[in-house]
Design a protein around this ligand. Structure first.
Ligand SMILES: [Zn+2]
Length: 476
């Protein structure tokens, strides 16, 4: 593998999170009962005239701005003609000559190094329906609900040279689009789909090899595996003197290999032509400026700010920015408690622990920032121990009862009285002469045991710092 260079370009389809479809007023909704969100327009009935949904244009421009694209002042819709049962119009409304966004780049960090993948273009198009195969009945059905759901397709330049770079590029795309609110980018629901174009060539060669295209990649892990598999397959073929054919392959994640799907088509095969039903869209600089002002801080910039301004470790900055729910929660907490490092530590350990326990694919932070900050305050003010804080978090997660009130009710408040601490320390010493003797003969571990006894006698409520200090004094 070391003698070859892998070259990868990505085509990423993203479903836009609009209320209605791209060209009609049907609901854009995942998981609706089969064939309930359809109308003559998205079904392509004769005489039905499509009208562009303004939000699609806005979201496409937002996406372009997030990736430093140039926004074309005119965007034209074209018909991409092909027949497939899930596309009743026999053409897809898409863009070829005048896509809405061109150029641009996807920034990411890999192993501490700043990198980017260039974007060729971002264009708007509509989704097709879905074939549903029933193996028992040996029949296929079609659900047209997805027909006309708005998409953007992000086409990258072939700048990617490893599976890790491909995954990092995809991760950056997902984080960015979720943060700007244009898509939920759920691969498992198909709102983010990725096709991979891959070729290999001897290192140092100025010509790219013949490429294949891989489809049916349903997770980032599948993308990584498929790239590694296909690169090796092509290298083996070249080593054996075979020619790489330009074909489309279907990735089988269970078998961990590619199956040929069809010979690779080119844009000529689709007989693109401007859609006569849709006028060119003119995009003014004023409109772009207006959209620019609605853009939130991007995850990449935010990550850098957390590291450079707040001084957070890279790992933590990544944790805080890789999930928009966590980012928003962190920002909400900071409004109430301006101690980024403290809040970050609590989120990266305890909130992340709770999120990992959740069975949901994209779990929500189920405690209010206010309640969470109160919990941290109680710990900082030594009102509760770290164990009590964690116990409280477990109890108020989901219910969002007041942690403060619950600490009172459950008697979790820490006892900071030195007199009480001394009482428990003396009792522990009196009850455990062996441990005391062990300590005096130099066994440091005995102190841990004795502290355990102190905590037990106090039912876990005595302040451990005060108790430890008193214990050491008494033993001297
Ligand atoms: Zn419709």
């Amino acid at each position: 593998m070391n003698n070859y260079e892998i070259t990868v370009g990505l085509e990423i389809h993203v479903e836009l999170k609009t209320e209605t479809k791209a060209f009609c007023r049907c609901k854009n909704q995942f998981g609706a009962p089969i064939n309930t969100n359809t109308c003559p327009i998205c079904m392509g009935m004769p005489g039905a005239i499509p009208t562009i949904n303004k939000t699609c244009v806005e979201y496409a421009i937002k996406s372009g701005l997030a990736f430093d694209c140039d926004i074309n002042n005119v965007a034209i819709f074209e018909r991409k003609n092909y027949f497939y049962p899930d596309l009743s119009k026999a053409y897809q409304i898409s863009q070829l000559e005048k896509p809405i966004c061109i150029n641009g780049k996807i920034r990411y960090k890999l192993n501490g190094e700043e990198k980017f993948t260039r974007i060729n273009n971002i264009h708007m198009e509509e989704d097709a329906g879905k074939s549903v195969h029933d193996a028992k009945l040996n029949k296929s059905f079609i659900d047209y609900n997805r027909c006309g759901v708005p998409l953007i397709e992000i086409v990258t330049e072939p700048d990617i040279h490893s599976a890790d770079e491909a995954v990092a590029t995809l991760t950056s795309i997902k984080e960015t689009l979720v943060a700007i609110g244009v898509s939920d980018c759920k691969m498992q629901e198909g709102s983010l789909r990725c096709d991979v174009n891959l070729s290999v060539a001897p290192k140092g060669s100025d010509k790219l090899g013949n490429r294949t295209e891989m489809k049916n990649l349903n997770s980032f892990k599948a993308v990584k595996r498929a790239i590694e598999f296909e690169a090796q397959r092509q290298i083996n073929a070249i080593e054996n003197g075979e020619v790489i054919h330009q074909i489309t392959l279907k990735w089988d994640d269970d078998l961990g290999k590619n199956e040929p799907l069809r010979s690779k088509e080119t844009s000529n095969d689709y007989r693109y032509f401007p859609d006569p039903d849709l006028l060119p869209i003119s995009i003014t600089p004023e409109y772009i400026t207006r959209i620019k002002h609605t853009m939130p801080e991007l995850p990449y910039d935010r990550k850098n700010r957390y590291m450079n301004v707040f001084g957070l470790p890279k790992q933590d900055a990544e944790t805080l920015t890789s999930n928009i729910n966590v980012t928003n929660f962190f920002e909400d907490c900071l409004k109430l408690k301006n101690q980024p490092k403290v809040v970050c530590n609590w989120i990266c350990t305890d909130v992340m622990r709770k999120l990992k326990e959740s069975l949901e694919e994209e779990p929500n932070v189920s405690i209010s920032a206010q309640n969470f900050v109160e919990l941290i305050d109680m710990f900082q003010n030594k009102e509760i121990s770290i164990n009590s804080a964690r116990e409280l978090l477990d109890r108020v997660w989901d219910t969002n009862e007041s942690a403060k009130q619950l600490a009172e009710e459950l008697g979790l408040k820490q006892n900071n009285s030195a007199d009480d601490a001394k009482k428990f320390v003396l009792e522990a010493i009196a009850n455990n002469p062996q441990a005391v003797a062990d300590f005096k003969s130099g066994n440091q571990k005995a102190i841990t045991y004795l502290m355990g006894q102190v905590m037990k006698l106090s039912k876990g409520k005595i302040n451990p710092q005060i108790a430890t200090q008193l214990l050491l004094e008494e033993l001297k």
